[in-house]
Design a protein around this ligand. Structure first.
Ligand code: NI
Length: 285
């Protein structure tokens, strides 16, 4: 039993065989899927798909590569959409300097505004960063400090995951220190997995989650092919080897981490647990 904590099942790559893809996921013990969004239209599509598929949950948000579409109206629309009972997270948000599409200040503005929104709604956050590790950590460090300063006693920080982690051990250690989770995807299975085996060794088991980022980042031996949620099992198998523990035991722990992270109700996976304090505002479906 595993949860794919990050896949884009709504993307066109799955338009013709989504049902089969879901069947294969189920046959491989993948009980639950979290589907993040990249812009506002995508967020609406993901929520619509979550209404159709009982074990699929939505994360809504504006990806840094779409940050030039972000304005006050977007924020209002996201706030409204977040009321939906199957919206469990804000994401994926962050910084991406690999694709030269949107200037860093515009990316940063959308990122910070959505961090604020997630804090206000107390929804867990999915972070995307590519070639922007330093700036991403700087924004997150400031966000943690400000949120802690603004709360009276117990800091009210939502949970946060650095999805498809690609940084080094020092970055992972700082992320753990700040209270974050680390999402591990297909590249851990690659021959040139760089820092990732050391990262997995350094990160405590209770802060790890697994994901596919399907249709991207297919693990070995499917590298370069369309990825799908069933293959999150290959990621978990590699981590089990690195952590020197049985796959079953590891899977249970990863599932528990993910259920806790997204406030999913253990066992049923059909209704998210209501976030404390937001019971009255989050509608049932
Ligand atoms: Ni993604």
């Amino acid at each position: 039993m595993l949860i794919d904590s990050h896949c884009h099942l709504n993307f066109d790559q799955f338009a013709t065989d989504r049902a089969e893809v879901l069947e294969r996921a189920k046959a491989n013990g993948i009980t639950t899927l979290i589907n993040p969004s990249v812009d506002l239209a995508d967020s609406r599509r993901v929520v619509a798909l979550a209404e159709e598929i009982p074990n699929l949950y939505a994360a809504i948000g504006i990806h840094p590569n779409s940050a030039d579409s972000f304005d006050e109206d977007t924020l209002t629309a996201l706030r409204t959409l977040a009321d939906h009972a199957k919206v469990v997270s804000i994401g994926e948000i962050g910084l991406d300097y690999y694709w030269d599409k949107v200037t860093p200040p515009i990316q940063r503005h959308a990122f910070e505004q959505q961090l604020k929104l997630a804090t206000e709604l107390h929804l867990p956050i999915i972070i995307h960063q590519r070639d922007a590790a330093e700036d991403t950590m700087a924004v997150l460090r400031a966000w943690v400090a400000n949120t802690k300063n603004n709360s009276d006693d117990t800091p009210n920080l939502p949970r946060l995951v650095l999805h498809s982690f690609s940084g080094d051990v020092a970055m992972a250690e700082e992320a753990i220190e700040l209270g974050f989770y680390i999402g591990i995807s297909g590249p851990i299975t690659f021959k040139n997995s760089r820092h990732l085996p050391d990262v997995v060794a350094a990160v405590p088991l209770n802060r790890l989650m697994v994901e596919t980022d399907a249709p991207f980042l297919s693990p070995h031996p499917f590298r370069g092919k369309r990825n799908e949620p069933a293959r999150v099992k290959l990621v978990a198998e590699k981590i089990a080897t690195l952590k020197e523990m049985p796959l079953n035991e590891l899977s249970q722990k990863l599932t528990k981490n993910t259920v806790d992270f997204f406030n999913l109700e253990f066992g049923t996976a059909s209704h998210p647990k209501r976030v404390t304090g937001l019971l009255s505002t989050r509608q049932k479906i």
